[in-house]
Design a protein around this ligand. Structure first.
Ligand code: HEC
Ligand code: HEC
Length: 378
């Protein structure tokens, strides 16, 4: 495929991004906040101004009862990095969400404070403000909701919320920080901890990869022929192509938010109830949801090994070999996998595979992982 054609695809991509931005909710009007926090006489934080890396980012939808403020974001950053929220004060959120791994965990299964291994691989944390659902199985509908989970979870931080709250109340560092973020009329509780951390996570925006610079920059960064050929493999549905964009969409997020939970054919089972991990089915109870997991963003994918909900693959080469040769049949396997990948796999040659991986690596955002505003404040 020639460069002109690819350039026109990139142009269409930019148009699509423009279109997407028409569909997002406007920023919350700070003065009309219905949250009781705002009625407190000394609630006077500074609104946080989101810096979007480029025009491809639509405005981030912000919940009305949790506007971003500088004080809230800074409090959330402290809480994210502080082991105070774990039973034995050894494990912070960052312990399983490390910056160098795009805020995921290089271990297959993270080990909680009790030394118990979970059964799922930690997830990367970026651009979460736009995600409609959270966790591999979709069991959390908002960031605030998800953040309530890890603290009391016995395989994670294993601290009762009431004990966590007491620790924070007794800490001079936090008492003042909560007052600054939410006013002095509130009692600290788990919902304010979750709100502050959610504010911090919403500021973790990744959009300065080589790919972003090539598409939105001034022309000084360009994709190589190999990377452009890999993009072609990613996008196309031909015989020697990867068919990837159906689920990891060619949009700014490299994720399909309309149809986020799918079965990409990792395991062969006869009945939907036989999956070792039921995924979305374990949450909804619907037969057709068993074996479906979040088709996560492919941004920063070079850094988030191991791969899949159970971390079964260590390298991107293994992942691509799986898609090319080893997709399995099951009652809930995605229609795309049935029509495009099964029964004989994709006849993608070695050059195609390595070009596809070269393209995926253009999505690595070193500016994001090295951004000091997301690192430990301690
Ligand atoms: C013991 C390791 C561990 C700790 C500690 C931990 N997490 Fe996680 N995190 C995980 C794992 C594993 C998953 C995926 C779990 C699943 O899907 O069942 C995850 C998923 C998430 C997600 C969902 C991301 C997405 O794309 O859906 C968010 C958000 C998150 N964690 C935030 C936090 C925050 C905030 C804290 C601290 C309060 C925290 N985590 C502490 C291991 C951990
Ligand atoms: C039918 C939808 C679908 C298609 C097509 C698809 N994927 Fe996926 N992909 C998924 C789902 C769902 C997951 C998560 C699966 C799980 O963990 O159980 C996933 C996971 C991944 C992961 C691991 C993500 C992580 O953080 O662990 C990579 C890498 C990946 N896909 C790359 C690709 C590439 C490259 C292609 C094209 C060759 C492709 N995918 C095609 C649905 C799809």
């Amino acid at each position: 495929m020639n460069r002109n054609f690819l350039n026109s695809i990139l142009f269409i991509f930019i148009l699509c991004l423009g279109w997407m931005s028409c569909y997002t909710e406007p920023h919350v009007n700070f003065n009309n906040e219905p949250d009781p926090v705002s009625d407190c006489p000394d609630y006077n934080p500074t609104p946080y101004v989101i810096q979007y890396p480029h025009s491809g980012f639509p405005d981030m939808p912000i919940p009305e009862d949790n506007p971003l403020t500088n004080e809230g974001v800074q409090l959330g950053r402290k809480l994210f990095w502080d082991p105070i929220l774990s039973a034995d004060s050894t494990l912070a959120c960052a312990g399983c969400h490390a910056p160098s791994a795009a805020f995921s965990d290089p271990n297959q299964f993270s080990v909680g404070v009790q030394g118990i291994e979970g059964h799922r691989n930690s997830m990367a944390l970026f651009n979460l403000g736009w995600n409609p659902k959270f966790l591999w199985d979709g069991s959390a509908n908002s960031l605030e909701e998800q953040i309530l989970n890890p603290v009391p979870d016995p395989i994670e931080m294993h601290l009762q919320w009431k004990d966590a709250v007491q620790r924070l109340e007794n800490s001079p560092l936090y008492d003042e920080a909560f007052n600054q973020a939410f006013g002095s009329c509130i009692e600290i509780d788990s919902s304010y901890v979750a709100k502050a951390i959610a504010q911090f996570l919403r500021t973790m925006i990744s959009g300065t990869s080589k790919f972003d610079k090539a598409v939105h920059g001034n022309g000084s960064v360009q994709l190589s022929d190999e990377e452009l050929n890999g993009l072609d493999r990613f996008l196309n549905d031909g015989l020697f192509d990867g068919h990837c964009q159906h689920c990891h969409s060619f949009n700014n997020f490299f994720s399909n938010f309309q149809d986020l939970y799918r079965n990409n054919g990792l395991d062969e089972v006869a009945s939907p109830y036989d999956f070792e991990d039921p995924g979305l089915g374990g949450v909804t109870g619907n037969e057709e949801d068993y074996g479906k997991f979040k088709a996560v963003s492919l941004r920063n994918i070079e850094l988030t090994s191991p791969y899949m909900h159970d971390g079964r693959f260590t390298t991107l080469e293994e992942v691509v070999d799986f898609y090319v040769n080893d997709v399995k049949s099951s009652p809930t396997v995605d229609i795309i996998m049935q029509t495009d990948f099964l029964p004989n796999g994709l006849p993608m040659d070695e050059q195609g595979k390595s070009d596809l991986i070269a393209f995926l690596k253009t999505l690595t955002d070193w500016d994001f992982v090295n951004d000091t505003s997301f690192q430990s404040p301690f």
